[in-house]
Design a protein around this ligand. Structure first.
Ligand SMILES: C[S@@+](CC[C@H](N)C(=O)[O-])C[C@H]1O[C@@H](n2cnc3c(N)ncnc32)[C@H](O)[C@@H]1O
Length: 289
C-alpha cells in the first residue's frame, strides 16, 4: 500500500544520554505481528479501549482551557479507533494517524472513520516522518512499549513538537502479565512474555530531554478470564504476544502449554476466575516555550 507521506524531516540524531533498551524486538516482527492481527484486532482490544479512554480523560484534565492544537498525531494509531477522538480532544480539524504496520493502516483506511478528518501514514515512532517543530500535539495509546529505546522516542518527540506542544502517552510497565510470566517460569527458562520498563524510565527520559511533566500516573488493571487459553487468545488477537529475539523460534508444544495452564491455576481467584494483571502508565508532557 502506498500511503502518501505528507511530511519530511531530517533523520533524528541519536541522543548521547543513556539509551534504555527494552527488548530486542525487530521492527519488522512488530509490524508483521500487528498486521496479522489487524483484521480482528478490535474484537480483542478490551485493555486498549479502556486505557485509551483513560488517556483521553487524563489529557483533557490537564490541557489548558480553550487551546486548539492544529497539527496533531495519533502515534501507533492501529485501526484508528481513537483517531477522531484525538482530533476532538485537541480541538483540531484533522489528525494524522501514524503506524508502523501497513496491515493496521489498511484496516484503518478500509473500514474507518471520516477520512476527511484523519490522514493515515506509515512511520516509526523512533524516526518520525515530520519536520522539526511541526506538530502541536501527540497522543499515543499502548504503542510506545514496542519502541527499542525510550530515549530515542522522546528525542524524536522533542524534535517534532513545537514549543508549547503536548504529548500524551499510555504504556505498560514491568510487572504486567506477572501471572503468565511466573507460570511460564515453571516450564522453561525462555522469554515468553515481553519485558517492559519502569515508570521512572519514562519520567527520566522525558524530563532529561527537557519535557515538562503535566501528569504521570500508574494504574494496576486486572482483567479476568475463565481460562488461561482465553488470555493467550486475547494477546494473540491484538498482535501483542511476545515479539523478542529471545523467543523460541520453534512452535511451542502442546505439552508445554498444558504445563503453563496448570501452573496458572495457582492464581485462580475465589470468584472462580483467573486474573491477568497489567501495570499501566499514563504520561502527559509539554515542550516548554
Ligand atoms: C496495541 S496497538 C494500539 C493501537 C491503537 N493506539 C489503539 O489504541 O487501538 C499498538 C500499535 O502500535 C503500533 N506500533 C508498534 N511499534 C510502533 C512504532 N515503532 N512506530 C509506530 N507504531 C508502532 C503497532 O503497529 C500497533 O498498531
Amino acid at each position: 500500500m502506498n500511503l502518501p507521506n505528507r511530511f519530511s524531516s531530517p533523520v533524528a540524531e541519536t541522543p548521547s544520554d543513556k539509551q534504555l533498551l527494552i527488548n530486542m524486538s525487530q521492527k519488522s516482527d512488530v509490524s508483521r505481528s500487528f498486521g496479522a492481527a489487524a483484521g480482528h484486532y478490535e474484537e480483542f482490544a478490551h485493555l486498549q479501549r479502556y486505557m485509551g479512554t483513560q488517556l483521553l480523560r487524563k489529557t483533557q484534565a490537564v490541557l489548558p482551557m480553550h487551546t486548539r492544537f492544529e497539527t496533531c498525531v495519533d502515534l501507533g494509531c492501529g485501526t484508528g479507533f481513537f483517531s477522531p477522538e484525538v482530533a476532538e480532544l485537541f480541538g483540531a480539524e484533522s489528525v494524522i494517524g501514524l503506524d508502523i504496520s501497513e496491515g493496521m493502516l489498511q484496516q484503518a483506511v478500509s473500514h474507518k472513520v471520516d477520512l476527511k478528518s484523519v490522514y493515515f501514514t506509515a512511520g516509526d515512532a523512533e524516526a518520525l516522518p515530520f519536520a522539526n517543530n511541526s506538530l502541536n500535539a501527540v497522543f499515543s495509546n499502548l504503542a510506545v512499549q514496542w519502541c527499542k529505546s525510550v530515549s530515542v522516542l522522546f528525542a524524536e518527540l522533542m524534535r517534532s513538537v513545537d514549543s508549547g506542544g503536548v504529548v500524551a502517552l499510555s504504556t505498560l510497565l514491568e510487572g504486567s502479565l506477572a501471572e503468565l510470566k511466573q507460570s511460564w517460569a515453571t516450564v522453561d527458562d525462555e522469554q515468553h512474555v515481553n519485558s517492559f520498563l519502569e515508570l521512572a524510565d519514562y519520567r527520566n527520559a522525558a524530563a532529561s530531554i527537557g519535557f515538562e511533566l503535566l501528569d504521570i500516573e500508574q494504574e494496576t488493571i486486572t482483567l479476568e478470564y475463565d481460562q488461561t487459553l482465553d488470555l493467550m487468545r486475547d494477546l494473540k488477537g491484538v498482535g501483542a504476544h511476545n515479539i523478542s529475539t529471545d523467543r523460541p523460534k520453534h512452535l511451542t508444544g502442546k505439552n508445554k502449554i498444558k504445563k503453563v495452564v496448570d501452573a496458572y491455576e495457582n492464581y485462580r481467584l475465589n470468584s472462580g476466575r483467573l486474573p491477568a494483571t497489567y501495570q499501566a502508565a499514563y504520561l502527559v508532557v509539554r515542550k516548554c516555550s
